[in-house]
Design a protein around this ligand. Structure first.
Ligand SMILES: C[S@@+](CC[C@H](N)C(=O)[O-])C[C@H]1O[C@@H](n2cnc3c(N)ncnc32)[C@H](O)[C@@H]1O
Length: 172
């Protein structure tokens, strides 16, 4: 069931939050362990379809290389993926560089091949923005995740973890 906040639909709520430049107060981050680092958790139930948070950072044109906190996408199309699935081959490649420790939580959301969130591109005043929306109900205390996409994510193939089947079809 999808619920809106203050009578706004999820996209309107995302836009409102982007304009405010802050995360919602139903989220918290904590240090999980030394290999995973920090993660973001729900402080209250989040309904399927709801806006969760913005992936805040500096919008850059072109492919700006891979770092832990950059997210590449195509401005003109619907193609977007955190990791290096496409690169400067596309003239409209952009990235959000979230490498600055600015206190925002979008940059702290971890990867999961079976996530409860999905990254989506939207435009506010013509400027592309990336936001995570819930793809299922998320219980209080659960970690927020999304599928980084791409291949070669080292933690997915580390001992004791099932090798993920990465589907890029979802991204296009
Ligand atoms: C955008 S940051 C996410 C926040 C990060 N955990 C932190 O503490 O800053 C991406 C990095 O988090 C780690 N990470 C993300 N998802 C992970 C997972 N499922 N297992 C282990 N490490 C993960 C990797 O080091 C990755 O390069």
């Amino acid at each position: 069931m999808m619920r809106s906040t203050r009578g706004l639909n999820p996209c309107q709520e995302a836009e409102r939050q982007i304009r405010m430049g802050k995360d919602k107060d139903n989220l918290r981050w904590e240090h999980i362990n030394t290999s995973k680092g920090r993660g973001v958790f729900a402080k209250s139930h989040i309904f399927k379809g709801a806006f969760i948070l913005q992936y805040r950072g500096i919008l850059r044109k072109g492919y700006s290389g891979t770092n832990d906190y950059s997210y590449h996408f195509r401005h003109g199309g619907s193609h977007y993926c955190k990791h290096n699935v496409f690169n400067s081959f596309f003239s409209d490649t952009c990235s959000i560089d979230a490498s600055s420790e600015d206190g925002s939580m979008g940059r702290l959301v971890n990867d999961d091949p079976k996530p409860n969130g999905k990254m989506k591109k939207m435009k506010v005043d013509g400027v592309p923005q990336l936001c995570i929306f819930a793809v299922k109900d998320i219980m209080e205390g659960q970690e927020i995740t999304y599928d980084y996409g791409g291949v070669d994510l080292p933690w997915r193939s580390s001992p004791g973890q099932e090798m993920a089947k990465v589907s890029t079809t979802d991204l296009y």
